[in-house]
Design a protein around this ligand. Structure first.
Ligand SMILES: [Zn+2]
Length: 546
């Protein structure tokens, strides 16, 4: 009776899967039917909605997202594994931003002084590049940044002065191809000639957006994570000012609104607009000193301490012995902060992975593997894989007992029949083979290995939460559908997601988790002679040199 019942159930499951997925989906697991595009969409509509303002980390918005995910996961049966029965794993973070209370620009002229405020009138061009401190001195106009070159500036003395340029958006055709450096760097030129800094009067498009929407500049934040070791990530983006042979003297870089630009140059706002208009239409603005005026800049940063949290929980394995070994499933919950009024909803990146994990829990509650499965919704992935590093470095279980990691990040775009595997073959042949077999047996997508190579120009190998696992000698794969022109823009929305592909990749991850979790042994480390046992000692392996 019992057997017969199961047989009927299995046949029904096959029919349902074939009907909805329109692909080869043998019902090898009863849990598969719990994963549906319809359910995925419900959570996507919430997490990728503009009310979450892109779930930047740290923020109140991402904390609310965390509470939602933790609650949904607990409701589905995910159990706590952190000390004190918590689901949230807080990570200390130091947030540094320019202080609105203390930072000023003062324009001094025979007529008196005019004070400009942050973030109403000016802001750092890049939070990374701006230094703490004060400047006082003369002003020199260098024309439109677009037109500047050695020749246009040869008669202009910029030494010790604050240079002011007009920012203009280059026409598409005139932009250098992605990855190629611009032929002339105004910033580098000014640094070399001993200027004190560069103030850029923002582009007409940016000015229009700020003024029409009554916005100030954003208060950009620089983050530090004192309890996280992110060495070896090989980030080029994090290179501080002064690195790589650049001069180490302070160089101030600010953006200003159009009326602030007029005040600095000592012209009327209407005259400022007329000059910018003329330049936008191709006219040249003559560089030269701004006589009789000087500038005092006081730029001071404030640092506050806060936390941002991973969500961590476990589904206990079905085998009394193997349940003390683990598979981790990761997916980052954070995305990017709003920029000048635009929300970056991060639907594919990575509400998709975070939501897939809820569905995988449901499936695992129906059929679970012998090993336990730890779920980690990491935080601050977009800030350098911070949450995933923190997890392996403050792991609630011995890292030696983690068999493998499945990382879900961006599951719903591009070719509906293709997926990228990133990292699957770098530590364990067995891991790579199991994943390929699971793909074939489950949803049958074509596996593209383009990004497996750490030396690939896009460096995806280093760019998601599987990498901290790999640095700990734990075989990990990033299941990835690739980037699109919408990547890291306001167009990464639920409407643009392919839910059929999303459902398939979620099902694949579930099947792969079962296969790895049910193996008699943990995934064998057989690829690199220098990585033979899991643990922190592997952090010294240089993955860039290969
Ligand atoms: Zn991502």
């Amino acid at each position: 009776m019992f057997h017969r019942k199961i047989a009927v159930f299995t046949v029904a499951a096959v029919c349902i899967c074939v009907f909805f997925a329109a692909g080869p989906l043998p019902a090898q697991s009863r849990g598969l039917k719990a994963i549906s595009a319809k359910d995925l969409k419900v959570h996507m509509d919430l997490l990728a909605s503009p009310v979450f303002e892109g779930r930047p980390s740290p923020s109140t918005a991402v904390e609310i997202a965390s509470l939602y995910l933790a609650q949904q996961a607990a409701k589905r049966g995910l159990k706590p594994i952190l000390p004190d029965g918590a689901y949230l794993q807080p990570i200390p973070v130091e947030v540094t931003a320019l202080s609105p209370a203390k930072s000023r620009l003062r324009v001094l002229s025979p007529g008196g002084e005019q004070v400009l405020y942050f973030p109403q009138s000016f802001a750092p061009t890049s939070i990374r590049m701006t230094v703490d401190g004060a400047f006082s001195g003369g002003i020199v106009f260098v024309g439109a940044a677009r037109d500047a070159d050695e020749k246009s500036l040869e008669k202009v003395d910029v030494r010790g002065k604050m240079a002011v340029a007009v920012g203009l958006t280059l026409p598409e055709a005139a932009r250098p191809a992605a990855g190629t450096p611009p032929p002339f760097s105004l910033t580098r030129y000014l640094r070399e000639k001993g200027a004190a800094g560069l103030i850029t009067i923002i582009t007409p498009e940016r000015e229009k957006n700020l003024s029409e929407n009554r916005l100030n500049f954003d208060i950009a934040e620089r983050l530090a994570f004192p309890s996280v070791d992110m060495s070896g990530r090989g980030s080029s983006a994090a290179a501080p000012a002064g690195a790589a042979g650049a001069p180490t003297i302070p160089f101030i870089q600010l953006d200003v609104r159009h009326d602030a630009g007029a005040a600095i140059l000592g012209i009327m706002p209407a005259e400022m607009e007329a000059r910018i208009d003329a330049a936008a239409k191709g006219g040249r603005l003559a560089p030269g000193p701004v006589e009789g005026r000087s500038l005092e800049a006081s730029l001071y940063f404030d640092t506050r301490e806060t936390v941002t949290s991973n969500i961590v929980g476990v589904i206990e394995g079905s085998d009394p012995k193997l349940k003390r070994e683990y598979v981790t499933i990761t997916g980052h919950q954070d995305h990017l902060s709003m920029r000048e009024g635009s929300v970056y909803p991060g639907a594919d990146d990575n509400a998709s992975g975070a939501v897939a994990m809820l569905e995988i829990i449901e499936a695992l509650m129906i059929e679970r593997p012998k090993r336990s499965v730890i779920f980690v919704w990491s935080t601050a992935e977009e800030r350098g894989l911070v949450g995933a590093y923190y997890f392996v470095q403050h792991c609630p279980v011995p890292v030696e007992k983690i068999s493998a990691n499945l990382n879900l990040d961006m599951l719903s775009r591009n070719d509906p029949n293709m997926v990228y595997f990133v990292g699957s073959n770098c530590l364990s042949t067995e891991f790579d083979q199991i994943l390929r077999a699971a793909m074939k047996r489950s949803v049958g997508l074509r596996i593209d290995d383009l990004y497996q190579n750490p030396a690939h120009a896009d460096r995806f190998f280093f760019r998601s939460d599987q990498f901290p696992h790999i640095q700990y000698g734990i075989p990990g794969v990033w299941i990835f559908s690739g980037t699109t022109p919408d990547y890291h823009t306001s167009r990464d929305t639920v409407e643009r997601m392919d839910f059929a592909k999303f459902e398939k990749l979620t099902k694949f991850a579930y099947v792969a988790c079962l296969d790895i979790g049910n193996r008699p042994e943990m995934m064998k480390l057989d690829v690199r002679p220098d990585v033979t046992a899991r643990g922190a000692h592997n952090m010294k392996v240089n993955w860039r040199a290969r």
